[in-house]
Design a protein around this ligand. Structure first.
Ligand code: NBP
Length: 479
């Protein structure tokens, strides 16, 4: 085997195969390999004429086909398979060679693998790739993390295969270690929130506004021409507009209402809990999927638990526009929270994330691509280190303009008994965030009462405890 390939891809399921094809279509010779060799043969038979491929049956041949420093994209199932592939590759590689995990790995695994590879003289990168199978083939959003010297070796290839928006490739070096997979994780979390908000809007338009799926499809199509313009709103119109060939009903009504998940939303929520960052939109979206999965329990509860009086229906003419505004405001909150989480993680891990660049590379190729991300990019360009996007004038004003409609929607939904966890929690977050003084003073008082956990006062420095059950006297505890 002669070393003629500039890069290798191992793992030829849908994502790996499409990434390899995308790279080859850009004129880069690619070595391809898969654990099950039949898949490699199938790949060459189907796509071999799309570029210069070297098919390798063994890992040894795969490595031998690569120019040095070797650049190897691993696109196998996240988890133990990635460690297995790294263990197989490591003894065959030389110092400075680069292993690139482009799957959806959990970022702590990426941090560990980076250290393990570095101990053996190898450079490791964890890169997030978004856009599903079509994105991988035609231009994904790429979030590369890891050693900058390794990125320099693959930058040209990665930027050439990425989606391009306004002449800018949707690929930028995110940061060291696990930064790339971290940002991809938050991207997926935001995707959960976006989808949940859309589902809540659909529920309201169905059960409060009384519209059918084709009518709601037309509404989403119209919404896609304004502030909400995005891939997810566009495909919502398509999904709602689809008629089931078997029954003639809207297909969405024939699909079981149990949402599945692969775990990235849960990782995002758990990470936010660890960082102490309020991430209500994404977390409610994960919980909502969990609740949807309790189909049998819901079925039993539907006949048992009382709801509101069905006669208290509403036919407000402005309801559809109110829902649009509530969706937009809630979306602003979900993104503000996700970006606040990335900011906190960047500080905690010394990643120095350029959050404006993250908004820039999410504008194309990925599932959450949206017009809206231009506004987020502009916010970081104009205001630098933004603590919370809600405080940037564009979003401050956007939410202020939408808030009356948002409140009406939450009230109406609650009166009608329609669950809107993401709409409502986003509004509560907004109301809590804009309060100079909240009710946590009582929480501190209670904690001090039952656990002597102490509290701070607003008028003087120090830490205090009141001897509640004894003599009620306040004592300073840090003096
Ligand atoms: P899968 O996640 O379904 O993984 C299948 C691939 O992993 C096959 O090539 C399989 O080889 C290989 N593999 C497994 Br399983 N165990 C292995 C092992 N122990 N050693 C070597 N290879 C092993 O593929 P995918 O859907 O293409 O996704 C790849 C990665 O990209 C995942 O991390 C996924 O989360 C991520 N991702 C997927 C999407 C998407 O839309 N599907 C989007 C973005 C990111 P075999 O053929 O021999 O079984």
């Amino acid at each position: 085997m002669t070393a003629t390939s500039r890069i290798g891809v191992t793992g030829l399921a849908v994502m790996g195969a499409n990434l390899a094809r995308n790279i080859a279509r850009h004129g880069v010779p690619v070595a391809v390999h898969n654990r099950t060799t039949a898949k490699t043969k199938e790949f060459i038979e189907a796509y071999g004429d799309e570029g210069t491929f070297t098919a390798a049956e063994t890992t040894e041949d795969f490595v031998a086909a690569l120019e040095k420093p070797r650049r190897i994209i691993v696109m196998v199932k996240a988890g133990a398979p990635v460690d297995g592939v790294i263990a197989e590759l490591t003894p065959l590689l030389d110092e400075g060679d680069i292993i690139i995990d482009a799957g959806n790995s959990h970022f702590p695994d990426t941090v560990r693998r980076t250290e393990e590879c570095a101990a053996g003289g190898l450079r490791f990168m964890g890169i997030g790739v978004s856009g599903g199978e079509e994105g991988a083939l035609l231009g994904p959003s790429i979030m590369p993390g890891g050693d900058p010297s390794a990125y320099a070796e693959v930058e040209e290839i990665l930027t050439s295969i990425a989606a391009v928006v306004d002449g800018t490739p949707c690929c930028v070096h995110v940061g060291p270690g696990g930064a790339g997979h971290y940002v991809k994780m938050v991207h997926n979390g935001i995707e959960y929130a976006d989808i949940q908000l859309i589902a809540e809007a659909y529920d309201l338009l169905t059960h409060v506004a009384g519209l059918d799926a084709p009518a709601i499809s037309a509404i989403f199509e119209e919404w896609n021409t304004g502030d909400l313009e995005s891939f997810l709103i566009e495909i919502t119109a398509k999904v709602l507009g689809k008629t089931d060939e078997k029954t003639g009903n809207p297909l969405v009504e024939m699909i079981v209402d149990q949402a599945e998940q692969k775990g990235t939303g849960t990782w995002t929520a758990i990470d936010a809990l660890g960082l102490g960052i309020p991430l209500t939109g994404i977390t409610e979206a994960v919980f909502a999927r969990g609740l949807s999965a309790l189909r049998d329990e819901r079925k039993a509860a539907a006949g048992t638990l009382a709801g509101p009086n069905p006669e208290s229906s509403t036919d407000r003419p402005d309801l559809v526009e109110d829902i649009r505004q509530a969706l937009y405001a809630s979306k602003v909150v979900a993104y503000a929270q996700g970006f606040a989480q990335m900011r906190a993680a960047s500080k905690a891990n010394d990643w120095d994330l350029d959050l404006g660049a993250m908004a820039t590379i999410w504008r194309g190729g990925c599932i959450i691509r949206a017009q809206f991300l231009n506004r987020i990019r502009d916010a970081y360009t104009e205001h630098g280190d933004v603590t919370n996007l809600l405080m940037v004038p564009y979003f401050t004003e956007a939410v202020a303009n939408a808030q009356d409609a948002w409140r009406r929607v939450v009230i109406t939904a609650t009166e009608q008994g329609v669950a809107i966890p993401a709409f409502a929690s986003s509004l509560s977050y907004y109301d809590a965030y804009r309060r100079e003084r909240g009710p946590a003073s009582l929480i501190q008082g209670l904690r001090d009462f039952f656990g002597a956990h102490t509290y701070r006062r607003i008028d003087v420095e120090g830490s205090y405890h009141t001897r509640w059950p004894q003599d009620g006297v306040e004592v300073r505890t840090d003096a």
